[in-house]
Design a protein around this ligand. Structure first.
Ligand SMILES: [Mg+2]
Length: 355
């Protein structure tokens, strides 16, 4: 077996597992087989960027527009299979349906795996402190990491997401990539380059984050179901348990607080508002930093695979030549190349495949 065969063989095993672990715990329909979208040169077509929904610097964005964007980021219903839906599927085909095409495009390339946590490895649950991943999922991620450098990229505090995942052989990029740590356990496929990865580009914001955390805790006491989470370099205001009729009030309260902190910015995720330092650093930056640290920044033979479900994952989906998989239960605007929709049918198809 040649070295290249080894790479391909490992790619099939690892990417299969990576794809499998990313399927969320939903039970929806299986889309029809779309046309292959992988280009002949192995690169994945980039799509136009979605408009980011941030408030600082946006001036007087209307509250109705803000509530609409909160709803758009926090879908609660599955769309019916309309023509629109079918069109969306064509542009974001099922990663499992396209598995052979993806494997062909990854031939000879070294894969690096990036995984979001909430909604990707774990279910979205009412209490974010109880978003546990299953042991089966943990073993699948452990298997992926045996073959490929693997990173968890999350909006959560790094220590918290590490505590959920409990695998020391992974990279962890917490706080939306603002807090990156290398594996504490060796990786056999670790490349040359900087082995002491440790990146915290927003350290000076820590006192301010603490201050805003205290203020938001007080404010959110009066919004039933709201939960403020301190993720060290960023804050999350979860509204998954908040009555949709008062989402606007919640959003307005948060925006009001941030008026006094122009160096912080507000963005939206799935039933969560995220407050972060207004520096040019996001999950995509973290991905690029990790690739560079692994020595892949100038390589044409690397295939970063990013699997995520959140609006903040879109920052990583935009990175050039990445293979991105959007975990989604409904049609939504995304830069993801592929999607994973129907857990039951997709999993059956995956397990019955020869890969
Ligand atoms: Mg997520």
């Amino acid at each position: 077996m040649t070295n290249q065969n080894v790479v391909i063989s490992e790619a099939k095993t690892g990417l299969a597992v990576a794809t499998a672990v990313a399927v969320s715990e939903s039970n929806f329909y299986s889309p029809a087989m779309p046309k292959p979208l992988v280009a002949a040169n192995g690169y994945f077509p980039r799509k136009k960027s979605i408009k980011k929904l941030e408030t600082n610097g946006g001036g007087g964005a209307r509250i109705n527009a803000f509530i609409d964007s909160m709803r758009a980021s926090s879908p609660t219903r599955r769309a019916s299979e309309t023509e629109d839906q079918k069109s969306w599927i064509i542009h974001h085909p099922s990663a499992l349906s396209m598995f052979e095409d993806i494997m062909n495009a990854s031939e000879g390339k070294e894969i690096v795996v990036f995984l979001d946590y909430d909604g990707t490895l774990s279910p979205i649950v009412e209490d974010p402190d109880r978003a546990f991943m299953t042991n089966e999922m943990r073993e699948a991620v452990r298997d992926v990491a045996k073959y490929f450098p693997t990173a968890i990229v999350s909006g959560r505090c790094r220590a918290k997401v590490h505590n959920f995942v409990k695998l020391s052989e992974l990279y962890y990029a917490g706080s939306h990539g603002l807090d990156i740590q290398r594996p504490t356990k060796g990786h056999k496929k670790q490349r040359k380059g900087n082995q002491s990865v440790f990146c915290q580009p927003a350290r000076e914001f820590l006192p301010m984050i603490e201050e805003v955390h205290k203020i938001l805790l007080e404010k959110m006491k009066f919004i039933p179901g709201a939960k403020v989470e301190n993720n060290k370099f960023c804050l999350s205001v979860h509204f998954r348990c908040v009555d949709e009729r008062i989402w606007g009030e919640l959003g307005e309260q948060v925006r009001e607080v941030l008026k006094n902190y122009p160096t912080l910015r507000l963005s939206q995720g799935r039933k969560v508002l995220e407050i972060r330092p207004a520096i040019k650093w996001d999950k995509g930056s973290a991905l690029e930093f990790l690739l560079e640290s692994l020595g892949y920044d100038k390589s044409n033979n690397v295939l970063p695979v990013y699997i995520g479900d959140d609006r903040t994952d879109e920052d990583a989906f935009k990175v050039h030549s990445i293979l991105s998989v959007e975990i989604s239960t409904i049609r939504k605007v995304t830069d993801g190349d592929f999607c994973l929709l129907g857990f039951a049918q997709e999993r059956t198809r995956f397990r019955n495949s020869s890969v």
